[in-house]
Design a protein around this ligand. Sequence first.
Ligand SMILES: [Zn+2]
Length: 322
Amino acid sequence: MRRIDGHVHLVGDGSSGSGCFLRMDWPHQKFLSRLMLKEAGISPGVLGRDLDAAYVERLVEQVREADLDAAVLLAQDLPHTESGDPIPEKSGFFVPNDYLLEVCERHPDLFIPAVSIHPARRDAMEELERCIDRGAKVVKLLPNCRDVDYADPRYRPFWERVTEAGLILLSHTGGEHTLPVLRPAFADPRLLEAPLEIGVTVIAAHAAGKSGLWDPDYTHTLIEMFERYPNLYADNSALCTLNRSHTIAKVLRAPVMDRIIHGSDFPVPVTGLGPLRHGHIDRATWQRSRDDRHPLQRDVRLKKAIGFPEETFTRLDALLSR
Ligand SMILES: [Zn+2]
């Protein structure tokens, strides 16, 4: 079984003709992007000039050198209105499927493609078919920031085709604070019941925990759902951050652990301060993790030290090879 990081973002500035963008309209967006790049080991100087190439190069280096065999790399579709019009101005960043697939095709041994298709798109079914043909394994969506109503009956054929083709839905669950939120209520994992009922295998990113101080916390709701849906999983992505680490104790126990899948959420910084603060690791372990030059590897080390079992690293490969 391959050891996989199931949640790695592809990011770009369009400098290679990729079609990607990263919004820098506000000072805090600029600050956050520069900070993330610095933590990721990429010079913020490449922003707007050469980010596309520098980012992929850094990813390749990390997956090759970490205790990982592969990473699921994520595209990011635009928010769409109910009638299917894209709303680029409400999108913090955008990564088109074509670019994602092309990067994955260049490194088929390292990257597993997670495409992103808003089901309201007028060409959603054609795009899904095209992505399946090119080897997509996962569909990634961010319902609260991209305004995706999983319960909309018009999307039923979309979810049926996702199930039939054996694709996994990786969905953001819980609050989000680094991107514009269009529908806060869509952070609730219960919205996933529609695709789950149809038979889609779903991974709830961040185990539906809260991100900010005032968010509702949905991890308990998700744990209740595990009993009803054997096709539901959760990832532990970004749980080494200060604002999400309170979720660790809730998922670090049986039988919940049997549904957990490893993920980093790169380029979200892996500081390790969260697990240190909550007593999941000691100071010496935290210090050693800071010596890791690669955030992906640092995240692997921290998750192991916290107590996430080996199965959390290989579980996704078992799901992908079904
Ligand atoms: Zn993410």
